[in-house]
Design a protein around this ligand. Sequence first.
Ligand code: MG
Length: 255
Amino acid sequence: MIVIKSQRELDKMRRAGEIVALVLKRMAELIEPGITTIELDKEAEIIITREGAIPSFKGFPNAYGGMDFPGSICTSVNNVVIHGIPGNTVLKEGDIISIDVGAVFGGYHGDAARTFPVGNVSQEARDLILHTEEAFKRGMEKAVEGNRIKDISTAIQEYAEGKGYSVVRDFVGHGIGTEMHEEPQVPNYATREKGVRLSNGMTLAIEPMINMGTWRVKVLDDQWTVVTADGKLSAHYENTIAITPNGPEILTRLY
Ligand code: MG
């Protein structure tokens, strides 16, 4: 079932989204060679709780029967696509790190991710980050009433593949609201399904995960960490958006 949100609900989602955006802004300030991913996690949790929200990811059940997610954010370095667990990993010059943040405020979730450079990074890493953001934008432009989910998926895939990258298949975007993952799924590639018709009041997390090499991924033994099958770099860009009569509105921003 797809839940259409009222203005009152959208206001709560804007607040949740604002908290997520605050965390990402702080992460951008903190990320530099020498910091550990657990330090970033601690700071993120402080901000989320200070703002009266709860980290959505902490304690999230594992899809494969493994441990619940231990962090407040996901910290995915270089070839890690998503779901990297914060820990003793020390960031070093030239790394890229994807930070995924989820917060629930007043019962409503916000979810967003960015990939950041650590110090000076290669031109190919910079390009990957920029094109992943642009792929998100191409997809978001299609998030208007009357279109289908497939219009979003196709726009993302065509842009990313047109730049010579590949699009992760095994993980997809999603509806979001009182649950972090609601219907519908929002793939970053065109499937045979046209998907549901979009209407005003739908809220979606659109989140291209774009790889330098193969689209294939594998899950490590911790049953969380998703890495590229060929060890090449991956980037992630996500916002929670609402479909409105004025077009798509990014909810995970500073209001
Ligand atoms: Mg998401």
